[in-house]
Design a protein around this ligand. Structure first.
Ligand SMILES: [Cu+2]
Length: 298
């Protein structure tokens, strides 16, 4: 939250409202000041929250420099030819048809450029593919139209994550079409392995600031990973067209300190032991239809 926004009245009211909602609805909520989400008139990528995303942004910038140079060179050559060799300036055309050295150059230089792109690109691809040393695992399952999160390293910790219906979100100062009832909570500074699957159709678990976009395919287990550097809230969305409510299954990841994560896990484990936890049923499609209708009516 920026300095100016912090002192805006509307923002203050929104913050108080959202605090009230958080305190009343979430049994265990952590103060998260660092929020990474899409912005109006945003240019470029969302801020990088993981080493993977930093490298993706780095490769993107390298490529941008390379393609800008290529486009500029081609444009300059084209302009030069148009001015220097047009019919008026150069009435008698040259009959040159071969030039060995130029032909070698325009073969070899593009090959070198492609190599300069391919080598860092492959390195990044393998770096993104899976973590070398996972500290913990999370299983993400895509459903029509919500997500289920499971923590297989801990006993009976799993829950569904549904969108907060738009009109409710607006009323309570939450983010419309982005906030969810149960966030995925992860510790900062740990290598989190993410296993992604689907139960009905293809979905895709996409958190832009993590550089993670993994298809949730029925009958398959796809793998990705992230290591969040700072505590905060990170927003994402399903980005594989998966049916009528595709736009209504957002993702919120809350990165917290290791101690807070332990508290979160013990609270979940305790609730599971007492039978009071809303354990994932894989059958809570309820929110879906209502949300879609409400959003369509807006
Ligand atoms: Cu989906």
């Amino acid at each position: 939250m920026g300095f100016k926004e912090l002192f805006g009245l509307a923002a203050l009211r929104r913050a108080l409202l959202s605090l009230a909602v958080t305190l009343t609805t979430a049994p265990l909520a952590f103060a998260a000041e660092h929020v990474v989400e899409p912005h109006d008139w945003q240019f470029g990528f969302q801020e990088a929250a993981t080493p993977v995303k930093e490298r993706i942004a780095g490769l993107h910038h390298e490529l941008l420099i390379i393609i800008t140079c290529i486009a500029a060179l081609v444009m300059i050559l084209l302009l030069y030819v148009m001015v220097r060799f047009n019919a008026r300036a150069h009435p008698v055309p040259s009959r040159t048809s071969h030039n060995t050295w130029i032909e070698i150059a325009w073969t070899v230089i593009p090959v070198l450029i492609l190599l300069a792109i391919a080598i860092p690109s492959f390195k990044l691809m393998y770096y993104m593919d899976k973590t070398q040393k996972a500290d913990m695992t999370i299983k993400v399952t895509g459903h029509q139209w919500y997500w289920t999160y499971e923590y297989p390293d801990f006993k009976d910790v799993s829950f569904d994550s549904n969108i907060i219906p738009p009109e409710e979100a607006v009323k309570s100062g939450k983010k419309r079409l982005l906030d969810v009832d149960n966030r995925l909570v992860v510790p900062v500074g740990e290598n989190v392995r993410v296993l992604v699957a689907g139960t009905d159709v293809m979905h895709s678990w996409f958190v832009p600031s993590f550089g993670v976009q993994e298809y949730a395919v029925p009958g398959r287990l796809n793998e990705s990973w992230f290591n969040v550097e700072k505590p905060g809230l990170y927003y994402g969305q399903c980005n594989q067209i998966c049916g009528v409510n595709h736009a209504f299954m957002p993702i919120v990841v809350e990165a917290v300190s290791k101690e807070d994560f332990q508290k979160f896990i013990s609270a979940k484990e305790k609730a599971a032991a007492n039978g009071t936890a809303p354990v994932a049923t894989g059958k809570t499609a309820a929110a879906g239809g209502a949300v879609h209708l409400a959003a369509a009516a807006e």
